[in-house]
Ligand binder design. Structure first.
Ligand code: ADP
Length: 456
């Protein structure tokens, strides 16, 4: 669907010959949703590295600090931290317009000994669910929103103040606010234009409901393309802000007194160029397949919350009255519900899952939701009645897990996800969550110190 200004391998070769491209970034997506990889001299890439290169297995078993936590079955000091094969997916070749003479490519990650894709690689997990859906005859289209905060200070200045002096660029709630967001155009305009230029179908950006909070919207696309777009856009946001001397954060809640940042996911299923979620004969225009898909999302919401909210901080976002969802209900165009039905009565009908935070890994979040939705369709699940009104106030419905401890337990117990991804993959991500908790529990927080001190 996307009209990408696609960079073909042939064009890249001629760009390398005429000297306009000299560097190729060869990247995988790690568990945290970051780009990891190598910078190749473009000549070396077009001669050999386009076929494969290698990286250490710890890249899919590390944490935000790039440490080597223990407890992973797939890799360890004992196993010698060997190599994976990074196999460039040449259909993802793109220019990187904000870096001079540079192109990039995303890779699939292959096991050296089995020669099969690494099962816990996020891109592989999503591909697996896309293939499962294809076997039912459907294609998933998705859109992920990217929310983040921009600061007056640079990354260095924030670090030097130990994250105490943080000044958002905006002055107050800048939801839809044109003047406040004009102040952010130094970062946002190159971001929109560079992404668009590299074939990522940016729709636009807008101010969000806090000072200095922005939202970037990218047009919906097939699920894998959507996750690729999200990952590159997030990377671009950080790099372009850094180039302009501004810090940016995708932390879901950098200050508990302010609104958090989310990454809602819009979803619809298609067949032969038409949405199978739309059926004009049905109430609200939602088809039976859509009913079952949402029923699956609802039934298994507890199982996959970890993939929407993978850090300790993620759960600080789920506050009542903050536009972040707390209850597992669906509702028509209702921003207080976890599942918001959008585009009712039209062919644009879709479900928006409002649970994911801005820290989610889109491959993991989308693959987990697809697994749940597919289960709903396979089992012809019935959609529970719609919730209407203020979910924060009135709903007795089940809550999503309120913290990382609970979400890890519901992930550990999920037979649905074990069936979808394999038991070892679920164990791998349970370990990933446990590492976050273990690190957090070692630390004395500012809150504890302040609360415990006598005041005079
Ligand atoms: P919101 O009201 O949450 O701001 P928007 O109307 O801006 O929602 O739409 C959000 C996203 O939904 C857009 O990025 C758009 O590309 C996407 N979208 C539109 N139609 C579909 C669809 N049929 N399936 C999936 N996503 C869609």
């Amino acid at each position: 669907m996307t009209e990408t200004k696609q960079l073909t391998f042939e064009t890249l070769k001629s760009d390398v010959n005429d000297g306009s491209i000299d560097t190729v970034l060869v990247c995988l997506v790690d568990m945290q949703g970051r780009l990891m990889g190598k910078r190749f001299h473009a000549q070396s890439f077009v001669e050999s590295a386009y076929q494969e290169t290698h990286c250490c297995t710890y890249l899919l078993a590390t944490d935000l600090e790039m440490e080597t936590p223990d407890g992973y079955a797939s890799t360890s000091w004992e196993a010698g931290y060997g190599d994976y094969v990074m196999k460039p997916d040449l259909s993802t070749l793109r220019y990187v317009p904000w870096l001079e003479g540079t192109a990039m490519v995303l890779c699939d990650v292959i096991d050296h000994s089995t020669h099969k894709p690494v099962p816990h690689s996020p891109r592989e997990m999503l591909k697996g669910q896309i293939a499962k859906l294809a076997s039912l005859g459907y294609t998933a289209y998705m859109a992920t929103e990217l929310e983040f905060f921009l600061f007056k200070e640079s990354f260095e200045e924030l670090a030097n103040s130990n994250y105490k002096q943080m000044t958002p660029i905006g002055a107050y709630n800048e939801d839809y606010h044109i003047f406040q967001t004009t102040k952010e155009e130094g970062v946002m305009r190159p971001l929109r234009n560079h992404l668009y230029e590299m074939g990522i179908p940016v729709e636009g950006s807008k101010g969000e409901a806090e000072a200095g909070q922005e939202e970037l919207n990218i047009k919906y696309d097939e699920a894998l393309a959507c996750a690729d777009h999200h990952t590159i856009a997030k990377h671009a946001t950080k790099e372009i802000a850094w180039q302009q001397g501004h810090a940016v954060t995708f932390l879901p809640k950098w200050d508990h007194t302010r609104i958090g940042s989310s990454s809602h996911v819009h979803q619809s299923l298609w067949k032969d160029g038409n949405s199978v979620f739309f059926d004009e004969k049905c109430e609200l225009g939602k088809s039976e397949i859509m009913d079952s898909y949402i029923a699956g999302l609802i039934a298994y919401a507890m199982d996959y919350t970890y993939f929407m909210a993978p850090y300790v901080n993620s759960y600080k976002r789920f506050a009542k009255g903050s536009f972040a969802p707390t209850k597992i209900v669906w509702s028509v165009d209702n921003r207080t519900a976890a599942f918001r039905l959008c585009g009712a009565g039209s062919s644009a009908i879709r479900v928006e899952c409002r649970v994911p935070g801005s820290d989610m890994n889109p491959y993991l979040a989308q693959s987990a939701m697809l697994a749940a939705g597919i289960k709903g369709i396979e089992e012809k699940m019935k959609l529970p009645p719609e919730f209407t009104g203020n979910v924060y106030k009135d709903s007795e419905a089940e809550s999503i897990p309120g913290n990382l401890y609970k979400a890890i337990e519901t992930l550990r117990a999920s037979n649905m996800l074990k069936e979808a991804f394999g038991e070892e993959v679920v164990k791998h991500y349970v370990r990933c969550g446990e590492v976050e908790i273990e690190e957090f529990e070692k630390v004395v927080t500012d809150w504890e110190v302040k609360r415990g001190f006598e005041r005079v």
